[in-house]
Design a binder for this molecule. Sequence first.
Ligand code: EZ4
Ligand code: CO
Length: 405
Amino acid sequence: MKIKDIKVFVCCPGRNFVTVKVITEDGTYGLGDATLNGREMAVVAYLEEHIVPCLLGRDAHQIEDIWQYLYKGAYWQNGAVSMAAIGAIDMALWDIKGKLANMPVYQLLGGKSRKGVTVYGHANGETIEEVLNNLGTFIKEGYKAVRLQCTIPNTKGTYGTMEGKKNYYELQGNRPLPPEQVWSTDRYMNFIPELFKQAREKFGYEIALCHDVHSRLTPIEASRLCKLLEPYKLLFIEDAVTTENAEGYKVIREHTDTPLATGEKFNTLWDAKEMIQNQWIDYVRTAVPHGGGLTPLKKLADFASLHHVRMAPHGAPDLSPVCVMAHMHFNLWAPNFGVQEFIGFGTPELNEVFQYKIELKEGLLYMDDKPGWGIDFVEEAAKKYPYKRSYLPVNRLEDGTLWNW
Ligand code: EZ4
Ligand code: CO
């Protein structure tokens, strides 16, 4: 089944998404997500200039060989841009294989390991009261797990909160230059335990709670925070420290039993290997597109399962609905799946461009059984929402020092 054409679309239905469509000689097509927040056009160039010419005429069925060819054949392995590009092609090929086999992709992986996908929602707020109100709403809606992020008092803009915006797409899709935020470790450390204390006082221990530090602490600071949070029994603390130095996680591990999650920026199995094999972490956050596709992600899941590490794929709004659906299949299969980050059902603009069906019942996500990923991309609708350059914020200490994103 020869690859006849590959198209790359960039659209901004609220925020930017890069979507790849691989079309075979019989007209079957598959979709992949190539979105890399704030660096979208670099992936587009990588795909159009360097990948597409190598794939035309190849057999779309040879997913493993095409992955090896793009990864090893590039000579320049790894890197966020190249792995996002390879990941999108790999996703599209699995979509095609599912369609040709007339099966949902999870069947090709070995079938379902569970009835639905447990998700965690985002309760954000400018104050503890606002976060707790939002948490109460999630609990009423049946969510089993929720992430809490709160603006730190006396700081200007806290990453992971909504900055007064209505939705994530509005927040992330309109930053023509990187906004600057200010970080104070002391203010943060003195505030976050209170957020979780009040959450437990108000809602008890039935609901699973987690929190994303966004790599803003040093290992010993992170150890202290995780110890302070021990009484509130978190599901996990995410990105307590930056992942470049894996041994930072060893330091935290030696001090606390608060579970640790990381890996949304991992691009390969090798980025995760040391932390997993040493059992320094509990959850791997790598998303199918950023990790180079389903082909390497299933290897990562199997490797993690040998070490009692579970999968909790990144599910921020900068991962397109194509990724949301790919994660449904991956999570339904992965025996060591833990929990999926989920930011909701999107805006009307988003749902005009991406057509798919998911449903939340008692905190679990379900989808219809359709061949492939079960999602369509409406090219005509996408044309209405052209690309708009937009950046993630940068982050400085109070004295002006550039700090971890
Ligand atoms: O910073 O998706 O867990 N979610 C996150 C996100 C990421 C963005 C990066 O593009 O950390 O908010
Ligand atoms: Co994160």
